[in-house]
Design a binder for this molecule. Structure first.
Ligand code: T6T
Length: 324
């Protein structure tokens, strides 16, 4: 397991602006695409986690002499991601790196890619069906949730009170695993009373209002674990609006520029950062191995690190990018 705990603990930008990519168009003959083209399909556009992943993807594709393109849905939503997959299928790239927005609903569209001879590699999120992708590259998200519970316990420093998980959307493999890891691990800390998870639909405004409503119903709230970037950004706003910044410890997942700013300002007490650029790079490596008929590695884990204000500058390499 590759988790480094530095725990003493710690936008609108279009993905296209990251550098665009090669044109996709000519398709190969028969079932085998005869081209050197890779496509990345992130979970959502204009979001620093996927922008950083795209940077790693582009650098690796360029270094290998491949053309590349990125196409992302406007929302983290299978209904919006499906037509993108269908369009990419028609362009017949050699391989597709994809972050499926739903662990079941995206299986059909992704299987169509595989059936057309296009190599499929999962980056970040994955399907329940493990027969479609040649490889899955992701953080150990369950361990990330565990790390969040450990971090929250340190921050609580023996205080007793309620703790909440703010999750994104059911069916998202990564955030579901983070919530599960947290829920299991928090049982070890009897002073932290787990009051369950609430979904935000990956909308910061929903996260903010869920935090304020939970505070009204549970005045003893002492901690929140927000399972991803948008949820964490929204939770920080909710605590600020309720005048509870600092009084309620907030542990977020991811390390967007805004999340890092909140950490440094004391609005957020800790972040569990991932390494999305490495996920993109390793995604390319696995895609190329699959294209070349070489052995691929079914599951690859990338780094996670817990960061607090105190060790933020020492961990700045984990901060996500807004552009490549
Ligand atoms: O946390 C990341 C990613 O790992 C998750 O699957 C979805 O949300 C993010 O993209 C952050 O918004």
């Amino acid at each position: 397991m590759k988790i480094r705990s530095a725990v003493a603990v710690s936008a609108a930008f279009l993905l296209a602006a990251c550098g665009g990519g090669g044109q996709i168009g000519d398709s190969g003959s028969g079932d085998k695409p005869a081209n050197k083209k890779l496509v990345l399909i992130p979970g959502i556009t204009a979001e620093p986690f996927y922008i950083s992943m795209q940077c790693g993807f582009q650098d690796a594709a360029k270094a290998a002499g491949y053309e590349f393109d990125t196409q992302a849905p406007a929302k983290f939503d299978a209904a919006q991601q499906t037509p993108i997959v269908t369009g990419v299928l028609a362009s017949r790239p050699a391989a597709v790196l994809i972050a499926p927005t739903d662990d079941k609903a995206m299986a059909g569209p992704m299987k169509q890619l595989k059936d057309a001879g296009i190599k499929v590699v999962e980056v970040d999120t994955k399907l329940q069906d493990t027969s479609i992708a040649a490889s899955s590259i992701s953080s150990n998200n369950e361990q990330g949730g565990k790390l969040a519970a450990e971090t929250l316990n340190k921050l609580a420093a023996g205080k007793t009170g309620s703790v909440l998980v703010l999750n994104t959307k059911a069916g998202t493999s990564t955030t579901d695993a983070r919530a599960k890891g947290f829920e299991e691990a928090v049982k070890a800390y009897p002073n932290l009373r787990y009051i369950g998870q609430q979904y935000t639909d990956n909308e910061p405004a929903t996260a903010a209002s869920k935090v304020t409503a939970t505070l009204a119903a549970n005045p003893d709230l002492i901690g929140v674990f927000a399972t991803n970037l948008n949820t964490g950004e929204g939770a920080a706003t909710g605590l600020r609006n309720a005048g509870k910044t600092g009084a309620v410890s907030l542990v977020g997942f991811d390390a967007s520029p805004k999340q890092v700013q909140d950490l440094q300002a004391g609005t957020v007490q800790a972040l569990i950062a991932q390494d999305p650029a490495t996920i993109g790079k390793q995604g390319v490596e696995q895609a190329l191995a699959a294209i070349d008929g070489k052995q691929t590695k079914r599951d690859i884990e990338t780094d996670l690190v817990a960061i607090t204000k105190d060790d933020a500058s020492a961990n700045s390499k984990y901060f996500y990018k807004q552009s490549c």
